[in-house]
Design a protein around this ligand. Structure first.
Ligand SMILES: [Cu+2]
Length: 516
């Protein structure tokens, strides 16, 4: 029997569903605009640049409940978001240096067998980088791959020049070349890093790692688990199928694998003590797969979404993670559960997938207090009144180098085309000003939409206002759905906005927003 047959292979009905290439896009003339290519250094902007008295008056007016005009309402919404983000870069209490080399490697994977990957520092997932809030991270990166690459720091508010976007914030790092990434993360939380060039191949081959920014005073006695969720498409011999961005990937929700891993292992078994408090940091690094975590009889609370703390923990019996998303869970192991094993499933697809299990064993321990900070998320209840500043329609059409290309407002952007950033005028956002963006999914596929350099809040789904008390950097759009998001961008520069299904992105579903 071939060795790979022992792996629990998934036969996914999801992958074989309807072909998007039969759906018509509505072509619109392209707007050509000269663009300034200068990389802008991120600068902190106060939420509302008003002198003290005017600010006080505005605050009173916003609180009064009296109806205000749209311009004032925008100011009120920006005020409401004050305190949610660290405005200034508090510089470098200490500098944490790391060396990262991307290169082909053979590593033990799945159940321990040797597997050919591309890896950061010869391991999949790559090294977990850990800094404390206020630390400066300096990464000496070397490209040992046969292709150019970059590193993008997903969810981290970095200076624009450190964002790792080829042709926009930096030149690609060629094979054999080096680049130094340096930034001081402003928010504590769970982040990750990965290439932003041919990512549908490079991430799939194993290039990703977790960046943890610890709180200034981390909670004591809380055990941590990092769950990096991924899937792998193996061929009949148990090797990675090396056809990337296929027509089938593009006609569906990207490349979905037939083996699911948690931090490189299939169905890892963890053990925990009765009464123990765990913090599980889960990241979806898959090209296309969405996970819906079901903890069964365990009762975790979600404490952070996409790296950002929630105002209050919320019960987390089923939490969806689309590519790019993170969730932090606070889990107390029941003190009366000695000898029991709890299985965690993914229930996004019709057939549940066993992800991992936790067996409770050993002496009971006293449960320490949770002790994590709480975040500030505005209600933004009035935002539904405002018209969107930008409307982005998502669809596909026949054509392009891969036969199908995914579009945003009938335009494509591709990192593998020189000068691609000149193709489109970026969508403008003003620093410190509230803006509303409406995504309209004209297609029958999923699109986890991600914006670099800022966090946003979902305001409405398919026209109905929703209150989702969480910041996000990636939101999953279902077929034909529309989603309104609100944002008060702080950091200047040209930031990518793209689908995080990596095949969709690489075939064109990317654009730029410029914060000025
Ligand atoms: Cu997409």
């Amino acid at each position: 029997m071939p060795q790979h047959a022992q792996l629990p292979m998934i036969d996914d009905e999801h992958v074989r569903s309807r072909d998007v290439s039969r759906e018509g896009g509505r072509p619109r003339p392209r707007v050509l605009a000269a663009a300034v290519a200068a990389a802008m250094v991120a600068a902190a902007a106060a939420a509302v640049a008003l002198p003290g008295l005017e600010r006080w008056q505005l605050r009173q007016r916003c609180r009064s409940g009296a109806s205000v005009d749209d311009a004032t309402l925008r100011q009120c919404l920006a005020l409401e978001a004050e305190g949610a983000f660290e405005a200034s870069e508090r510089n470098g209490r200490r500098i944490v240096e790391a060396a990262i080399r991307a290169a082909p490697a053979t590593v033990p994977m799945f159940d321990g067998r040797a597997f050919d990957v591309w890896a950061y520092n010869g391991q999949v997932p790559g090294p977990t980088l850990r800094v404390r809030r206020g630390d400066t991270l300096r990464v000496h990166f070397t490209n040992g791959l046969p292709q150019p690459t970059t590193i993008h720091w997903h969810g981290v508010r970095v200076p624009n020049a450190m964002d790792g976007v080829p042709g926009v914030t930096q030149e690609p790092v060629q094979p054999g070349q080096t680049f130094v990434y340096e930034f001081t993360p402003r928010e504590a939380g769970t982040f990750w890093f990965h290439p932003h060039l041919r990512s549908s191949e490079q991430v799939e081959r194993g290039l990703y790692g977790v960046l943890i920014v610890e709180d200034e005073a981390p909670a004591a006695h809380v055990e941590e688990m990092i769950w990096v969720l991924d899937d792998w498409l193996l061929d009949g011999t148990g090797r990675l199928r090396e056809s990337f961005i296929t027509r089938s990937d593009l006609a569906h929700d990207g490349r979905w694998g037939n083996v699911v891993t948690v931090s490189g292992k299939v169905r890892p078994r963890f053990s925990a003590r009765p009464g123990q408090r765990l913090r599980i940091r889960a990241v979806d690094v898959a090209n296309g797969r969405v996970f819906a975590l079901d903890f069964g009889e365990l009762r975790p609370q979600i404490i952070a979404q996409d790296g950002m703390y929630l105002p209050q923990p919320r019960p987390a019996s089923r939490v969806e993670l689309a590519p790019g998303n993170r969730a932090d869970f606070d889990l107390v192991i029941p003190s009366d559960a000695v000898g029991r094993t709890f299985v965690i499933h993914d229930r996004f697809t019709r057939t549940p997938i066993e992800l991992a299990s936790i067996t409770v064993e050993g002496e009971a321990v006293a449960t320490p207090p949770a002790g994590h900070p709480s975040g500030t998320v505005p209600a933004w209840a009035e935002a539904s009144r405002l018209a969107p500043d930008h409307e982005l329609r998502l669809n596909a059409r026949a054509g392009g180098p891969y036969g199908i290309e995914w579009t945003i407002n009938a335009a494509v952007m591709r990192h593998d085309e020189p000068g691609h950033h000149h193709h489109e005028a970026p969508y403008r956002l003003d620093a410190g000003r509230f803006a509303k963006i409406r995504f309209i999914n004209d297609s029958a596929r999923l699109h986890p939409m991600h914006i670099h350099g800022m966090f946003f809040k979902v305001l409405a789904r398919s026209g109905s206002p929703v209150d989702e008390p969480a910041w996000r950097d990636t939101v999953l759009m279902r077929p034909r759905e529309s989603i309104d998001i609100g944002v008060v961008p702080v950091d200047l520069g040209r930031w990518m906005l793209h689908c995080h299904i990596l095949e969709h992105a690489d075939s064109g579903m990317m654009t730029l927003v410029e914060v000025r």
